[in-house]
Ligand binder design. Structure first.
Ligand code: EPZ
Length: 424
């Protein structure tokens, strides 16, 4: 249980470094199941989701070694799987959806995988039908039992069309196809930077993958893969969250170690609010306070990222006029709106559309974190509210995806204190 006390803040300024991307690191960790040789991942962030996945991978027979001080930028995580096996504890899998990504590599490496069905979560049902469609296209027999799914078979190359460019399904199929006999083709594949990072990592391990970042990815299966050392891409969602916070205030913030080319949709949208964005060898700088309302439609990459919808809505609270949000990716991703309304925000929800009547005076009060990105958005909304906002995070949502968001914001001039255990 964590409680964050957030004071009103009118100015954020300074420089901050961005951590490695949670949504890149998690699939890279699962890829360690594909080889008995050690893979080393640099700069793994201190996140609850990373710790949970480490527990799951250990349960799958993966050996783990951490080198360097956990918070040091040169800390590394080394993993190797000499004799991988399906996880035995179902509850771990249900704690984190990304754990479904052990399915593909376990099946490819051992010919068998039994995983608990990852529960839906607050933001939506989050089925895995496309993951299973991919495994069947590679020749696996799939058996659904209450609460779990069992897959078996010797995988061979195949072709699969994804009805939606699912990030997780694309990753799972790539992980399985890397050791399948023959060629696999994924049509309508996800194009996210995290997909490109996974394919780059796998090619460093000796895989033969082409087309990453496009809708058509081709994987030539290999007999075996070997170890490698790899530095993941920076976290575009953490970076975007800090940019939204900065745009809500006066001041000028420089982000170091980011990839603006991974953030084009967000950067264009932020520019429409009236802030100034500059890219230089030193990093990405945002200056000035946002003022103009925006229209946001979340889409698969390279569209506006659904993970940035909530932080952008927090920014919209400060924009004079009506901003419009259309959430096309998840069916229930506006829960933060009711918490923002407790601060005095004027937000009207109609199915997947949110109308934000920005520019109102907000008053600090007790609010609750509804999910990972919604919780981060409430921390930003607290900066805009008069007085003090007390953000309760009983499930530790925020620490799942941000290494230390309060410290990052305090480094830039915010005043946020933390009580209890951020991990929940
Ligand atoms: C990944 O989730 C990210 N998580 C999410 O980030 C992100 O919001 C999402 O991609 C979209 O970009 C990780 O990478 C660990 P999807 P994932 O499969 O893979 C439907 C965060 O805040 N779908 O692309 O689960 C699904 O219901 C998290 O860091 C199917 O219908 O997302 C959803 O509506 C939240 N069948 C849509 O596709 C399937 O088999 C997008 O899901 C799979 C997905």
């Amino acid at each position: 249980m964590a409680t964050y006390r957030i004071r009103h803040c009118e100015r954020l300024s300074g420089e901050i470094s961005i951590h490695a991307a949670k949504n890149a690191v998690l699939p890279l960790m699962c890829a360690s199941l594909l080889t008995k040789e050690p893979v080393t991942i640099e700069r793994v962030p201190e996140l609850t989701d990373v710790h949970t996945l480490l527990e799951i991978l250990s349960d799958c027979g993966v050996s783990v070694r951490r080198d360097g001080d956990r918070n040091a930028p040169d800390s590394t995580l080394t993993l190797w799987a000499e004799e991988p096996q399906s996880p035995t504890s179902g509850d771990l899998l249900s704690r984190m959806r990304a754990s479904v990504l052990v399915m593909g590599p376990l099946l490819a490496r051992t010919g068998y995988a039994r995983v608990a069905l990852p529960g839906g979560c607050a933001i939506g049902q989050r089925p895995i039908d496309l993951h299973l469609k991919g495994m069947e296209a590679l020749g696996a027999q799939v058996q659904l039992t209450p609460g779990s799914v069992t897959l078996q078979g010797t995988l061979r190359g195949g072709s699969v069309y994804l009805d939606f460019p699912s990030v997780g399904a694309t990753e799972n199929i790539i992980l399985a196809a890397a050791l399948a006999r023959g060629t696999t083709r994924i049509e309508n594949a996800a194009k996210e930077p995290e997909i490109v990072d996974l394919c780059t990592f796998l090619n460093e391990m000796g895989a033969a993958i082409s087309g990453a970042g496009t809708g058509a990815i081709v994987i030539e299966g290999r007999e075996a893969l070997h170890g490698c050392v790899y530095r993941p891409i920076p976290d575009r969602i953490e970076a975007g969250t800090i940019l939204c916070a900065s745009a809500m205030t006066e001041g000028s913030v420089l982000l170091r170690g980011v990839r603006p080319d991974h953030m084009r949709a967000l950067l264009f949208k932020l520019s429409e609010t009236g802030v100034t964005l500059r890219e230089s060898p030193a990093g990405l700088r945002l200056s000035g306070r946002a003022s103009q309302p925006v229209q946001v439609r979340t889409l698969a990459y390279p569209g506006f990222p659904t993970d940035m919808q909530a932080p952008m809505m927090a920014l919209a609270l400060r924009l004079r006029g009506t901003s419009v949000f259309l959430e096309t990716v998840f069916e229930n991703r506006f829960m933060h709106a009711r918490e923002m309304a407790r601060l005095g925000a004027g937000i009207r929800i109609e199915d997947r559309i949110a109308l934000v009547n920005g520019g109102r005076v907000l008053s600090g009060t007790d609010v609750t974190s509804t999910d990972l990105r919604g919780g981060a958005a409430m921390m930003l909304a607290g900066l805009a509210a008069e007085g003090e906002t007390v953000l309760h995070d009983p499930c530790g949502h925020i620490a799942r995806g941000y290494e230390d968001l309060p410290s990052m914001l305090n480094h830039l001039g915010a005043h946020i204190t933390v009580e209890g255990f951020p991990e929940g």
